[in-house]
Design a binder for this molecule. Structure first.
Ligand code: AP5
Length: 191
């Protein structure tokens, strides 16, 4: 199973990716978590991206793609992945599609978690994950999402891989909706 989660900052991508990875017995791969790990460990990649991540700006496409190649290939060989935070732009999606299709590891379904902005801000301020979750940076992250990532939703809907899910339900309800929609879709594709 190879699934992609798309959603604004605070929409619950990480939360749902953990639960779905457990449900489907596959790996959760988060571009944001991997980048933050590099920053924490002070690697050369971490030094390069620190300010961008803390300010809520996107890291260059090539950097993210190079970082993800190995974990995506490894997870695919072991049954699949739940990808959270990548791709984040149509350019990233196109580049990843070309490479992943050639390697037979392209995503099978994209899930869009839909949550309104007031709830996103409320969740992120409550979480308070360092510089990233301050009022100004949250507003900037939401603006970057609207400009760079929302077009991705149209990109996937044109490819008929996209499921929209109401991400404002309680955590358990969101997971149940996603699992039932995926199960339904798989059954349809096999019939
Ligand atoms: P990333 O870590 O991907 O950040 P993000 O998209 O801003 O998302 P968050 O992790 O903040 O939120 P989430 O949707 O995962 O929600 P969560 O489950 O945590 O990226 C960080 C940075 O890395 C980017 O800004 C960029 O600089 C860089 N980056 C990453 N990927 C990149 C890429 N592909 N290209 C370029 N740059 C990249 O939940 C949030 C809170 O809400 C939690 O407290 C949670 O408990 C709560 N919550 C979750 N679900 C619910 C619910 N249903 N009801 C109530 N509360 C809930």
């Amino acid at each position: 199973m190879r699934i992609l989660l798309i959603g604004a900052p605070g929409s619950g991508k990480g939360t749902q990716a953990d639960r779905l990875a457990e449900h489907f017995g596959v790996k959760h791969i988060s571009s944001g978590d991997l980048l933050r790990q590099h920053v924490r460990e002070g690697t050369s990649l971490g030094t390069l991206v620190k300010t961008l991540v803390e300010n809520g700006d996107l890291v260059p496409d090539g950097v993210v793609m190079d970082m993800l190649r190995k974990p995506v290939l490894a997870a695919s060989a072991e049954g699949g992945y739940i990808l959270d935070g990548f791709p984040r732009t149509v350019d990233q999606a196109k580049a990843a599609y070309a490479v992943a299709t050639e390697l037979g590891v392209a995503i099978q379904v994209a899930i869009h978690l839909d949550v309104d902005n007031d709830e996103l801000v409320r969740r992120l301020l409550a979480r308070g994950r360092g510089a990233e979750d301050t009022q100004d940076v949250i507003e900037h992250r939401l603006a970057v999402y609207a400009e760079k990532t929302v077009p991705l939703v149209d990109y996937y809907s044109e490819r008929e891989w996209l499921l929209h899910v109401d991400g404002s339900q309680p955590v358990e309800g969101v997971t149940t909706s996603i699992v039932s929609r995926i199960t339904e879709r798989l059954a349809r594709s096999q019939s």
